[in-house]
Design a protein. Structure first.
Ligand SMILES: Cc1cc2nc3c(=O)[nH]c(=O)nc-3n(C[C@H](O)[C@H](O)[C@H](O)COP(=O)(O)OP(=O)(O)OC[C@H]3O[C@@H](n4cnc5c(N)ncnc54)[C@H](O)[C@@H]3O)c2cc1C
Length: 473
């Protein structure tokens, strides 16, 4: 297997810089797509942030419709279903560019990601044919209903039930879902429920028009106030049997695989949000005068701006590198003859550890950036009349949804060790090599004089420590 298309190997292998994708390599078309997103935010979203946060009736739907007209909802949808069929890293680019859009970014991501992708990856031909063209244009908006009042991080413990009716034509869904993004206006819901006494969830495509769905008023949230978040109640909601997604009992697998994609995309959105905060903080630091000079001339402020940029750059580098690896893995699997949707899923699954790492590091990077953004603005950072206050509140959710950061931290180690135990990842070989090395004369490793050689050696040593820690002691 080509190591660049196998996940997790960053821990044990050296990666030649020539094999790492950097955003500067995006082509003309991808840059134009990025520009379209930025123009959209400038004209449609930024001037309306207060109206969006006030949840002005119909506004979010209208914005999603306009985004649909520009093709921003259909980047990943194949051309045969009315989309552009672009690769994974182009979808990452759109998520990054739109990521600065506060609540709008959340609504768009929920629609194009967790709302649409289950159908794209697991739907039958008939399901794809019926739903994807409408989701691609935004004619129908989507939501994803996994969480329940008593089933959050432990998502498979949900109690929502599905029972086949006497005629065998429909499943009757009963239960309660919580925190559903786009819940207030979505037309299509991906609903996870347990059939009869099943241990595992099954996924269903549920249309609002099926009836039997009621909801609570909008949640009052700390941030992303413009994003619709509802509790939904299913009361004998009759779902045609052909609307089961994939197979009975496969729901948890669907949920996990879709969340993998959501996690790396969350990091992409965090990059876009952080970039905007840095732009605003730099502008403010150059305008604000204290002690007769611009505050940008103070070392303490320069340090903040630099650290904000450093962390954003690190997440950007890692996110697009992993995005390209997912694309490369997909290419390899497709060439081996794997079905298109399967190959896309499998490629992301291989990089599930990277997705979890990026979710954690991206969300924590953004929280750092917005916190320092508030600090650069001083008292104005605390004012709702300046942009940092909203950025600060809106960022916080990222450490909670798409799997909390605590759960993602557990997952990344768990997945890594499981792969090592299954023999898919050779952690023992490198660990033994480090053990042997420790018994020999220490090698500083710095044998050449080239740019970044010390930084590179630091990384090599860091990786050796990781391999050694769980090693044969
Ligand atoms: C604004 C918003 C939008 C959302 N949108 C959606 C949506 O569209 N669809 C959807 O299905 N869900 C959605 N969610 C739900 C979200 O995914 C959950 O809130 C999240 O998974 C955490 O679940 P919980 O809130 O029940 O917290 P809990 O699971 O109760 O966790 C509470 C605390 O315990 C920690 N914890 C839990 N288990 C462990 C463990 N094993 N080890 C260590 N620590 C642990 C958590 O990290 C957390 O700090 C949304 C939530 C919010 C707030």
């Amino acid at each position: 297997m080509n190591t660049s298309t196998q996940g997790d190997t960053f821990l044990i292998n050296e990666t030649p810089y020539t094999s790492v994708f950097i955003p500067e390599e995006f082509d003309e078309e991808q840059r134009m797509i990025r520009q379209t997103c930025e123009d959209f935010l400038k004209t449609e979203v930024y001037p309306n942030l207060d109206r969006i946060d006030a949840q002005e009736a119909g506004l979010m739907q209208h914005l999603l419709d306009k985004a649909g007209e520009l093709g921003l909802l259909s980047v990943s949808i194949p051309e045969e279903y009315g989309g552009f069929g672009k690769n994974f890293n182009t979808a990452m680019l759109v998520t990054d560019a739109v990521g600065a859009g506060h609540s709008f970014a959340v609504a768009l991501s929920a629609h194009t990601g967790i709302g649409t992708l289950p159908i794209l990856y697991y739907g039958s031909t008939a399901q794809k044919g019926k739903y994807l063209p409408r989701l691609a244009t935004g004619e129908w908006k989507a939501a994803y209903c996994l969480t329940e009042p008593n089933a959050g991080s432990d998502a498979n413990s949900g109690r929502t039930s599905a029972r086949r009716n006497a005629e065998g034509t429909h499943y009757l869904i009963n239960g309660q879902k919580m925190w559903i993004t786009n819940g207030g206006f979505a037309d299509v819901f991906i609903v996870f429920a347990k059939i009869d006494d099943d241990q595992h969830l099954t996924a269903f495509i549920v249309e609002r028009g099926f009836g039997g769905i009621t909801m609570n008023p909008e949640e009052h949230k700390m941030g992303i106030k413009g994003s619709s978040t509802r509790q939904l109640f299913f009361n004998d909601c009759a779902v045609p049997v052909e609307n089961m997604l994939s197979e009975r009992g496969n729901g948890f697998r669907i949920a996990v695989n879709i969340l993998n994609i959501g996690r790396i995309k969350l990091a992409a959105a965090a990059i876009g949000a952080a970039r905007r905060v840095i732009d605003q903080a730099v502008t403010y630091a150059n305008e604000r005068m204290q002690f007769g000079v611009q505050i940008a001339t103070f070392g303490a402020i320069q340090h903040k701006l630099a650290e904000m940029a450093v962390r954003t750059f690190a997440v950007e580098s890692a996110a697009y590198r992993a995005g390209q690896q997912i694309d490369d893995a997909y290419g390899t699997l497709s060439a081996e003859g794997m079905d298109d949707a399967q190959a896309k899923l499998k490629a992301t699954e291989r990089f599930a550890v990277e997705c979890a790492i990026l979710k954690v590091w991206g969300s924590e990077m953004l929280d750092y950036v917005v916190d320092e953004g508030v600090q650069v603005y001083g008292g104005m950072g605390y004012s709702a009349d300046a942009p940092m206050e909203r950025a600060y509140r809106d960022a916080r959710i990222n450490r909670i949804f798409e799997g909390t950061n605590e759960v993602n931290r557990l997952l990344m180690v768990d997945m890594l060790l499981k792969r090592a135990l299954k023999g898919e990842l050779d952690l023992m070989g490198p660990a033994q090599a480090v053990a042997d090395e420790l018994m020999a004369i220490p090698d500083s490793g710095i044998s050449e004089d080239a740019p970044f050689i010390r930084e590179k050696q630091l990384l090599v040593n860091l990786k050796r420590q990781y391999c050694w820690s769980p090693g044969p002691r």
